[in-house]
Design a protein around this ligand. Sequence first.
Ligand SMILES: C[S@@+](CC[C@H](N)C(=O)[O-])C[C@H]1O[C@@H](n2cnc3c(N)ncnc32)[C@H](O)[C@@H]1O
Length: 277
Amino acid sequence: MSSPAQPRRRYDPAIEEFQKVLGRAIAANVDPEVIEGLKRALSYVDMREDYTLECTSQESDTCRRIRETTMSHPWTELKEQGKALRDYNPRMLSGPLAGQFLKSLVSGQRARRVLDVGMYTGYSALSMAEALPAGGEVITLDMDPFLQQHNQPFFDSSPHGAKISIRIGRALDTMRELVKEGQKFDIIFLDAEKSEYIDYLKLAFDEGLLSENGTIVVDNAYRHGSNYLPSDSPPDASRLFGRHVTNDARLHKVLVPLRDGILLIRRLNEVERDAGQ
Ligand SMILES: C[S@@+](CC[C@H](N)C(=O)[O-])C[C@H]1O[C@@H](n2cnc3c(N)ncnc32)[C@H](O)[C@@H]1O
């Protein structure tokens, strides 16, 4: 069985709770059979994750190099030296499963133009570029100039890198510029500033950034569980965005339980509208 491509990350609060219960059961010296049962159940989750990756196409060499470099990069030092805007957490990288999922969407939809909002080290941008036909384009946005300098050599080393253009600036500003330029995209992948997602959606659906049959793909739709766990706090931006999308009857949406949740949103098509769905 292959080893996981990224350190295991639990996006599921149910599993975290399960692990806590296991710890308590061990500390309380409960029946060894119960402890073995709990451990076995958790190992099934690991096995499912391994199997999921095993059944999924492998990442390209360049994507692998991007992932490995991201994991070992001295982000804290770069931030302290004032070179990078943030002390980036390598876990921000989307990774092999999400990357292959994005490729399937790009290819299945016969997309030609893709907007990647939140580039980081370029894993999602390159994954999607790899599924585009010759002449296709990924425009990838980020606010950190350091990332452009860091990522361009990786893109240049890929046979698909010429399909990628980087734009540096605040995503909302860049997206408004793209609207003004009359640009349209078949896929828009949102993986940046959660508090701006409702604005991104308006630019996509109401101001024409998304093509007629285009799809918006939203990462972190569960927000590690905070979008659905009971809470006494006022809803945060991510939860408000979820509600906003749910309440928009013009849209078709499906939340795919992949990693931290990937939400797909598109306009209802004519048949669906006629059927009153
Ligand atoms: C989660 S990471 C993106 C991961 C990437 N899509 C991947 O597949 O690895 C989020 C990125 O969004 C960028 N970002 C956050 N807020 C932004 C904003 N308002 N405008 C532009 N970029 C932003 C951050 O600098 C960071 O690089």
